[in-house]
Design a binder for this molecule. Structure first.
Ligand code: ARG
Length: 405
C-alpha cells in the first residue's frame, strides 16, 4: 500500500534516462513507469519506449497527444496572440502543462502517489511541471532526480552506464533540443556565447533567407471563430494545417528566432526557436482581429495577451487568472472569422489581403470617393468635446512646451 511507485515523464534524453535507475536505487522507488507523450516530436517513440525498459523501467507507455496539444494549447495560443518577451511563441512551454496532465492521469489510473520529471534546477520546465501537478492533483508528490543530484552531463551518463544503461545519445550534439509540432528550441553549447552567430547546423525547420526561394509565395489561411481551419480555401485538419504551414514557412525562412529570454528563475538565457506555422498564424490572426474586433476590445486585449503569455511561460497554465483570461479571449474570438492572405519571402511574411463576413470595415464611411456617407459635420463637435479636458488644462496657464508661452 505504501509502496513508492512513480510515473516518470520520459523523453529518451540523457537526464530522464539516468532518472530511471536513480529513482529506483537512490530514491527508493519500487515501480517506475516511464510515460512519453507524443507531441509531434517526430522521433521514433517505440525505440524511446524500449530504451526506458532497457534502463530499468517496469513499464513504458507512449501517449499520442498531438491532436489534443494542437487543439487545447497551440490554437488557444494563437487566439491569445501569445508571444513571451515579444518574440517567443511558447512552442516548448505549451507542452509542459499537457505532459503534466498526462502524468497525473497515469498516476491516478494506477493509484500511484508519486510522479517525476527529469528537469534541472535552472530551467523553466521544472516550474511548469511542478506547478501544473500541484494545481491538478495536490495530493500527488513530485520527485525530481535531476534537480537533486549534482551530476554534470558526463557524470549522468557515467551513472547510467554503471547500471549497464546506454544513456549516451548517438552522435550527441553540443546543444539541447526540444521539438514538438509547434516548434523547435535549441539551447546550450556554442549558443551560450552571445558573440557567436548561428551556423546552419543548429537550424532544422527553417532555411536561411539566402537559401530561401527567390520567388515569393502566397498562402491564404481561413479562420473560424479564431481557429485556423483552412489553407488556400481547402478545409484541413489541425495536424495537417500545422505541418503544411511549418513546411511552407520553413522553406521561406519564416519563424526563425534568436533571442535573449528572461527565465522564471531570474536568469537571462539565449534561446533559438523555429516555429514557422505559429508565426504565420499569429501574423494572419492579428490582422483578422484588426478587421473584426472593435477598437477598444483589440486594445484592451493586447495588454491581456502579454499577461497570458507570461502566465503560460511561468507555468501557470492551470491558474485561476489564466483561466479567467481564457474566458475573456474566448468571447472575443466569436467574430474572428474570415481569410487572410500572406506573402512569404526570404524570412518575412506579411499580409496582402483580408476578408471577413464579420468585417467592421465600412467602405461607405471610410472612402475618399464622392459616395462617402461619413457625417463630416460631426467631426468639429467631436473634437470640441474630445479635447475639452486638455484645453482646460492649457487655458489655466499650463503649456506642453516650456519655451512656448
Ligand atoms: N527556454 C525555453 C522555454 O522555457 C525552452 C525550454 C526547452 N526545454 C527543454 N527541456 N529543452 O520554454
Amino acid at each position: 500500500m505504501n509502496n513508492k511507485n512513480v510515473v516518470l515523464a520520459y523523453s529518451g534524453g540523457v537526464d530522464t534516462t539516468a532518472c530511471i535507475p536513480y529513482l529506483k536505487h537512490e530514491m527508493g522507488c519500487e515501480r517506475v513507469v516511464a510515460m512519453t507523450a507524443d507531441l509531434g516530436q517526430g522521433e521514433d517513440l517505440e525505440s524511446i519506449r524500449l530504451k526506458a525498459l532497457q534502463a530499468g523501467a517496469d513499464e513504458a507507455v507512449v501517449i499520442d497527444a498531438q491532436d489534443d496539444f494542437i487543439a487545447r494549447f497551440g490554437i488557444p495560443a494563437i487566439a491569445a496572440n501569445a508571444l513571451y518577451d515579444r518574440q517567443y511563441p511558447l512552442s516548448s512551454a505549451l507542452g509542459r502543462p499537457l505532459i503534466a496532465e498526462l502524468l497525473v492521469a497515469e498516476a491516478q489510473k494506477r493509484g500511484f502517489q508519486y510522479v517525476a520529471h527529469g528537469c534541472t534546477a535552472k530551467g523553466n520546465d521544472q516550474v511548469r511541471m511542478d506547478l501544473a501537478v500541484q494545481l491538478l492533483a495536490p495530493g500527488l508528490k513530485m520527485l525530481a532526480p535531476a534537480r537533486e543530484w549534482k551530476f554534470s552531463r558526463a557524470e549522468a551518463v557515467a551513472y547510467a552506464e554503471s547500471f549497464g544503461i546506454k544513456a549516451h545519445v548517438s552522435q550527441a550534439k553540443p546543444w539541447a533540443i526540444d521539438v514538438n509540432v509547434l516548434g523547435r528550441n535549441v539551447e546550450a553549447g556554442f549558443i551560450e556565447d552571445l558573440g557567436w552567430e548561428t551556423t546552419a547546423e543548429v537550424w532544422s525547420m527553417t532555411r536561411s533567407p539566402e537559401q530561401a526561394p527567390d520567388q515569393s509565395e502566397c498562402v491564404t489561411i481561413g479562420f473560424d471563430q479564431g481557429k485556423p481551419v483552412s489553407i488556400n480555401g481547402a478545409k484541413v485538419s489541425p495536424r495537417d494545417l500545422f505541418s503544411t504551414l511549418n513546411e511552407l514557412g520553413g522553406r521561406h525562412g519564416v519563424g526563425r528566432i534568436d533571442m535573449l529570454e528572461n527565465r522564471v528563475v531570474g536568469l537571462k538565457s539565449r534561446e533559438l526557436y523555429e516555429a514557422p506555422a505559429q508565426i504565420l498564424l499569429l501574423v494572419a490572426h492579428r490582422d483578422l482581429e484588426a478587421l473584426t474586433l472593435p477598437s477598444d476590445v483589440t486594445k484592451f486585449k493586447r495588454g491581456l495577451e502579454e499577461k497570458w503569455a507570461e502566465l503560460v511561460y511561468n507555468g501557470l497554465w492551470h491558474s485561476p487568472l489564466k483561466l479567467a483570461l481564457d474566458a475573456f479571449i474566448g468571447t472575443t474570438q466569436e467574430r474572428v472569422t474570415g481569410e487572410v492572405t500572406l506573402r512569404l519571402y526570404k524570412g518575412s511574411a506579411w499580409v496582402v489581403q483580408r476578408t471577413s463576413p464579420k468585417a467592421l470595415y465600412r467602405l461607405d464611411l471610410v472612402t475618399y470617393g464622392s459616395d462617402c456617407t461619413f457625417k463630416h459635420d460631426s467631426a468639429i463637435g467631436f473634437i470640441d468635446l474630445f479635447g475639452l479636458p486638455s484645453r482646460i488644462w492649457s487655458e489655466v496657464g499650463n503649456r506642453p512646451l516650456a519655451e512656448v508661452q
